[in-house]
Design a protein around this ligand. Structure first.
Ligand code: ATP
Length: 322
């Protein structure tokens, strides 16, 4: 039976992480557990001391609407080394913490799995804007980020249309195309270019040229990050070869922050409470997902082996709707 649990956020921050922290703390307290926060991800766990502190109900008051993570987040490459993880395990044991909830992406999941193998039961929650975790339909933060992208693209469209321009808009997603795919569909983008749906440049140019010649008022091209090393040069080639005056826009970190959407808050609340249920049931080395609107858990190694193109079939909408 566990008595004390810890919670940390790791990897890139995402809106809704605070809601997940709140859910874990409140659920833990509800079931009579002591709950400890760990500052700055695995780095705080290794440094120990004041980075590991007891939380109460009020520690998570008024954070439900805040973006980012009140526990801070970090990346600690050395956590891949067993000797470094052993320091973390010792720090947890010193405080009497038996189990840990880790909110982060797939890298953080690996850390959680390896800690479990060293005797600390860990449960991973998918906290990342990228939606690049296959064991859940949606990650915490994705919906908020998507709405932020939509807000930005709506604004860009207004000016793009007024000037009969082409806008090439680069969105985040790491190596996952979901942010581009979903925002492209939500915006009725003329073209969507993602890692799962790369379009040869000559095809892009000839399609946009046809649109220009057909007097299309504007063209919006949504592109996943990490596809074009120089997005401005890509936009310049489009302008040169199609007739469209073309501007590149890199939305950047504005996409990461902001108050979480209702969807992300509720997803985080459901997953956080479920994570505590799992720890109380003696489970470890697992991660939580939402599949077909049910909250489920997977072994972390199994989860990381699942195919990542869970929403690829939505690409057909691009052809049908344009
Ligand atoms: P995001 O999706 O936002 O990038 P992430 O959790 O995938 O989040 P990473 O930087 O890949 O981000 O991982 C976060 C941390 O998890 C790393 O800094 C490291 O401390 C730990 N980690 C990553 N991979 C491993 C591994 N193979 N073994 C142990 N720990 C790991």
């Amino acid at each position: 039976m566990i008595h004390k649990i810890g919670i940390l956020t790791s990897g890139g921050d995402a809106p809704g992480m605070n809601c997940a922290i709140r859910a874990v703390v409140r659920a833990g307290l509800h079931y009579g557990l002591e709950v400890y926060g760990v500052m700055d991800g695995y780095r705080g766990l290794v440094e120990g001391g004041e980075n590991i502190f007891k939380m109460d109900r009020s520690s998570v008051s008024d954070i439900v609407n805040r973006g980012g993570t009140v526990l801070g987040t970090a990346r600690l490459r050395e956590f891949k080394e067993e000797s470094v993880r052993q320091i973390a395990v010792n720090n947890l044991r010193k405080t009497g913490i038996d189990a840990l909830v880790v909110i982060g992406g797939d890298g953080s999941y690996m850390g959680a799995k390896k800690l479990t193998e060293m005797g600390i039961d860990c449960v991973g929650l998918p906290g990342t804007i990228d939606n690049d975790i296959a064991s859940t339909d949606y990650t915490i933060g994705f919906d908020t980020c998507l709405n932020t992208i939509m807000y930005c693209v709506d604004h860009i469209r207004d000016t793009t249309e007024s000037h009969q321009r082409c806008a090439v808009i680069e969105v985040m997603g790491n190596h996952c195309g979901d942010l581009a795919l979903f925002s492209g569909i939500a915006e009725g983008a003329e073209m969507i270019i993602t890692p799962d749906h790369p379009i040869p440049e000559d095809e892009i140019i000839s399609s946009l040229k046809k649109m220009y010649e057909a007097k299309r008022k504007r063209a919006v091209v949504i592109v996943s990050e990490k596809i074009y090393p120089d997005i401005n040069a890509f936009a310049a080639r489009i302008q040169e070869q199609t007739g469209f005056e073309t501007k590149a826009e890199v939305l950047g970190r504005v996409q990461r922050g902001g108050s979480p959407s209702a969807f992300d808050r509720i997803l985080a609340a459901r997953m956080g409470a479920y994570a505590v249920d799992c720890l109380l049931a003696g489970k470890g080395g697992i991660c939580i997902g939402m599949v077909n609107n049910k909250i489920v858990d997977y072994d972390i190694y199994e989860a990381l082996k699942l195919p990542r193109d869970k929403h690829i079939s939505m690409l057909r909408l691009v052809d049908i709707l344009n």
